[in-house]
Design a protein around this ligand. Structure first.
Ligand SMILES: Nc1ncnc2c1ncn2[C@@H]1O[C@H](COP(=O)(O)OP(=O)(O)OP(=O)(O)O)[C@@H](O)[C@H]1O
Ligand SMILES: [Mg+2]
Length: 506
């Protein structure tokens, strides 16, 4: 008989602003299982896990760990009971080494612990898990996937035997996802219980033993993963038929709208991140830019948008050289940008409506510096309706929206302008199946209206599904550009790893 390790009973959560996020949730997690939690944006997944981690208090309900009722007053209580949580936004100090970070986190438990002891403990743990992480490297120099492993190790060093991961894969490349899964399987063998939130049905199938599906603050079902198909999961989660995918036509390619010529761009540390990139973007096409994070794609698109200076080369918009134009002037030309991070694209202290007009203020000024709020509310309302944003009101602080709903506001704001050149980075990051489908359809619609879209995504399925053409970036250089039909996921994977086309035999 499976033994329950966590029992959450009739959990209700009403936030101070009156939002009922959980309406009586029961969740039982078995010892040693990998339990996936699936659910539409705003269903209450993060809220439920924050309650389990002691970060917020439920309005009512009971939690038992190993059969014993607990009452957490903060994460430290949860940590002491063996619960560890890894957030999407990591809590490591970027300028510290891995070891310094681990040391720091253990000092909170044991003031006298020495760096040598932390190193010994960590090496032992890494041996057990078959991991190699450079302990003396500075965290910010490590790929995201490795940073995430450091976060997991941090919780394990604090003796966590229950690990909560909230959308851990949305920041990872396909290869990193595989590595994470390998690690999770090892942890499972060591007896660790894992709760895993994701929107990707394939991941649910690949990693979990059981899956709980949530909808609007309630549990719809808990099932053995092996007994449900991806189609059934999609239906249970958001009531969507997976078989109707958007049709990608050849696209009517119009004028060349962007010409990037021999562009060189430096990163924050003054190192060359983009090394002589030449690329063209046409009207009526989606150009997919594939690459492992940290290979210059961020610096490249920031240079196109104007946030970052290119120190050599040129960017032309139709016949106009825009290389030294300001962000605002490029924006007025019709270049819009959705960054890969909501930290950059949204101002958390502002409300939904303010965030809806943030990048387009000049269109809402009536008279001198007076915002036409009724117009602003109309826009916000349009975004909320079209993108199905779940929010208590147009005045809700954006930080109170669930992750996926924040994403919808950010993408909706830029798309609603119908930009001529739309640069989108990880547009479906954190979105549920239905919202993902909606955003992808919207991109195709804009494309069919003759707009130009540069799609940066680590999700190769997304790149393959949407692109007319694909470019692969590696080490700041374009490895390959061509028609979508010339690529397979496997070939993209190799190119993203820097393996040249000539050496690939089909
Ligand atoms: N701090 C908060 N204050 C008020 N309401 C909140 C707060 N955090 C979340 N909510 C609301 O609670 C509901 C559930 O949000 P939650 O973040 O738990 O959803 P989720 O299932 O994690 O969604 P996603 O898949 O988008 O991350 C949403 O309606 C959200 O707006
Ligand atoms: Mg969430």
């Amino acid at each position: 008989m499976p033994e329950p390790i966590i029992e959450m009973e009739n959990i209700i959560k009403i936030y101070p602003d009156g939002v009922v996020a959980l309406k009586g949730v029961d969740l039982t997690i078995w010892k040693g299982e990998i339990h996936a939690i699936l659910g539409e944006n705003g269903a209450g997944k993060t809220t439920l896990m924050r309650i389990l981690y002691g970060e917020i208090k439920p309005t009512s309900g009971a939690i038992k760990i190993n059969g014993e009722e607990v009452d957490f007053h903060g994460p430290w209580d949860a940590i002491k009971r063996g619960i560890g949580m890894v957030y999407q936004h990591f809590t490591l100090i970027p300028t510290f080494t891995v070891l310094e970070n681990l040391h720091l986190s253990l000092l909170a438990l044991d003031e006298s612990i020495k760096a040598e002891d932390v190193e010994t403990l960590t090496r032992r743990l890494m041996d057990e898990l078959g991991l190699k992480i450079p302990l003396y490297d500075v965290v910010e120099d490590l790929p995201i996937g490795v940073q995430q492993r450091v976060e997991i190790i941090k919780t394990l060093l604090r003796k966590a035997n229950i690990l909560i991961l909230d959308e851990p894969t949305s920041v990872l490349t396909p290869i990193e996802v595989e590595e994470l899964f390998k690690m999770l399987r090892k942890l499972k063998k060591l007896g660790i219980t894992i709760i895993f939130i994701t929107h990707k049905l394939r991941e649910v199938k690949a990693i979990s033993d059981r899956v709980t599906i949530m909808r609007r603050g309630k549990v719809v079902a808990t099932l053995y993963t092996s007994k449900v198909s991806e189609e059934e999961l999609a239906r249970l989660t958001v009531d969507i038929d997976l078989t109707s995918k958007p049709k990608i036509r050849g696209g009517i390619r119009g004028r060349r709208i962007l010409s990037i010529n021999d562009l060189w761009v430096r990163d924050e540390r003054g190192l060359d991140a983009v090394k002589g990139v030449s690329l063209e973007l046409y009207e009526g096409e989606i150009l997919g830019l594939a690459g492992v994070q940290g290979n210059g794609q961020k610096e490249l698109i920031e240079a196109i948008v104007g946030i970052r200076r290119a120190y050599r080369g040129s960017i032309k918009y139709l016949d106009q050289d825009i290389t030294s134009l300001s962000v605002g002037d490029r924006y007025k030309l019709g270049i819009s940008y959705v960054p890969d991070s909501r930290n950059i694209g949204l101002v958390y202290e502002m409300n939904l409506t303010e965030n809806s007009i943030l990048t387009n203020l000049h269109n809402y000024l009536s008279g001198i510096r007076v915002i036409n709020w009724s117009e602003a509310y109309r826009t916000a309302d349009k975004i909320v309706r079209e993108y199905n944003v779940v929010a208590p009101s147009l005045r809700s602080p954006i930080q109170y929206l669930s992750g996926g709903n924040q994403q919808k506001v950010m993408v909706g704001r830029e798309a609603t302008r119908e930009p001529k050149v739309f640069i989108v980075s990880e547009p479906t990051h954190g979105l549920d199946v239905r919202a993902t489908r909606f955003i992808r359809n919207m991109l195709v619609k804009l494309r069919d209206l003759g707009k130009s879209i540069l799609l940066v995504s680590t999700d190769l399925d997304e790149i393959m599904e949407l692109s007319n053409r694909i470019a692969v970036i590696y080490g700041g250089r374009i490895m390959s550009v061509g028609d979508k039909n010339e690529y397979t996921i496997k070939k993209l994977g190799l190119l993203m790893g820097g393996i040249h086309e000539q050496r690939i035999t089909k």
